[in-house]
Design a protein around this ligand. Structure first.
Ligand SMILES: [Zn+2]
Length: 126
């Protein structure tokens, strides 16, 4: 698996150590493998709503593994919500048990929880 992250808004590639796009400040997402996936992701990234990019990052869900996290990420993106997966970057994998926190900007938190709720994902309320 590549450690590359990419910006959901402008598609800029960033190293794994970065969390935000150095060009536009968006939370970075893990780059998909292959050209098709990358362009698909970039195409969908155009749907991101500017009002969902404001505020501190807050956790809206916890995925049990990377695959589940990416499903949540895709679901949120379909709602115009940018998200950031945390876990592999911050915590040694064995300690995290493979779990990933799904973070979104605060302005998108409510919409994200509503988007996740009907799908049985582990959305959390605070
Ligand atoms: Zn960017």
């Amino acid at each position: 698996m590549s450690g590359e992250l990419s910006c959901p808004r402008c598609g800029r590639q960033e190293p794994d150590s970065e969390r935000f796009c150095s060009a536009c400040g968006m939370p970075l997402v893990r780059a998909a493998d292959g050209e098709d996936a990358a362009s698909e992701r970039r195409r969908r990234a155009r749907r991101i709503k500017p009002q969902y990019t404001q505020g501190e990052l807050v956790r809206v869900a916890r995925a049990q593994n990377q695959s589940e996290a990416e499903l949540i990420e895709d679901l949120l993106l379909a709602h115009g919500i940018p998200s950031l997966l945390r876990g592999a970057v911050d915590v040694v994998d064995t300690l995290a048990g493979g779990r990933r926190d799904v973070l979104v900007p605060e302005s998108a938190a409510q919409a994200a929880r509503e988007a996740l709720a009907p799908h049985g994902a582990s959305a959390e309320s605070f």
